[in-house]
Design a protein around this ligand. Structure first.
Ligand code: NAP
Length: 288
């Protein structure tokens, strides 16, 4: 299909660029992935992240913790990683067990090691227009849109789904690039009226088939963030791909769209964190 936006290919290009940056560093960047409990979907995501790190030359470490770990014990592990000079990035893999407060855990990570871009300080920096580490999926969404060559400025963009992880940061990034943005949630009335108005439609809800062809403006760019496991075991997005692809100008597939870009952006943030850490060390040595 010639209107496909190939996230796997774009992610491979980004990884190749990152390899060059890593080769120029005095030491390999280090990423720690904290996994609590035993979630099969999370295990797949973590494997993909560790594989992408290895391909680029980033050292990665999987910290597996038991499902019944207490909040304070989890924080102690995070504190330890915050202190380590060989670890540039720390990722707390979601989902966490119900008894763990995810927000507290994420906010325990030192903001300069929050390569997932989900620390309250990094979300706030994005809101204030001075982003440091941008949430990986939202950053991937923007890179996919920009890869089409279409100018975001002046476009009407609708983001369906308003989570702090995806929808809100994606909406803020689109806004910061000059789009006129509508952010929809589960209480939005007449969702189709908002999606049909969009030159750029980003969907991040977690409901397969939510967006049909009659909800999409002809020629629109459609970015499908949703990952849903179908009854036959295959993955599907939130967009009814077969019908919407016939209407959309450009569209991402699931799998092979946003997923690989999320991973690429995580590795990119880790490389950036390492570059900043190494620069800080050199500066400290020069002034001491
Ligand atoms: P989430 O935290 O559950 O948030 C879902 C959002 O969708 C909420 O804002 C919710 O509204 C809204 N929503 C629910 N039903 C709706 C409806 N009928 N119309 C409009 N909005 C509706 O989910 P998430 O973490 O953002 O993830 C969303 C999807 O993206 C999931 O399928 C997830 O697996 C996928 N995902 C993919 C990647 C990737 O790398 N490809 C990364 C992260 C997430 P309220 O705010 O009113 O509750």
């Amino acid at each position: 299909m010639n209107n496909l936006i190939d996230g796997s290919a774009l992610a491979a290009t980004i990884r190749a660029q990152l390899r060059v940056r890593v080769a120029a560093l005095a030491r390999p960047p280090g990423l720690a992935v904290i996994v609590v409990g035993d979630n099969p979907a999370a295990a797949v995501y973590v494997r993909n992240k560790i594989r992408a790190c290895a391909e680029v030359g980033v050292m990665s470490e999987r910290v597996a913790l038991p499902a019944d770990i207490s909040q304070s014990a989890l924080h102690e592990y995070i504190d330890e990683l915050n202190q380590r000079s060989d670890i540039d990035g720390i990722l707390v893999q979601m989902p966490l067990p119900a008894l763990i407060d995810a927000r507290l855990a994420i906010d325990r990570v030192a903001p300069h090691k929050d390569v997932d871009g989900l620390h309250s300080a990094n979300l706030g920096a994005l809101l204030s227009g001075r982003p440091q580490f941008v949430a990986c999926t939202a950053a991937g969404v923007i890179a996919l849109i920009e890869s089409t060559g279409r100018t975001i400025r002046g476009q009407v963009a609708t983001v369906v789904g308003a989570s702090a992880v995806v929808g809100k940061p994606a909406a803020l990034l689109l806004l910061s690039r000059g789009a006129t943005v509508t952010l929809c949630n589960s209480s939005t009335r007449d969702l189709a009226a908002h999606t049909r108005a969009a030159d750029i439609l980003v969907v991040a809800v977690g409901r397969p088939g939510l967006i049909g062809a009659d909800m999409v403006k002809p020629g629109a760019i459609v970015i499908d963030v949703g990952i849903n496991r179908r009854a036959d075991g295959r993955l599907a997005g939130d967009v009814d791909f077969a019908s919407v692809a016939a209407v959309a100008g450009r569209i991402t597939p699931v799998p092979g769209g946003v997923g690989p870009m999320t991973v690429a952006m995580l590795v990119a943030n880790t490389v950036t964190a390492a570059e900043q850490s190494i620069a800080r060390t050199i500066q400290t040595q020069a002034t001491s």
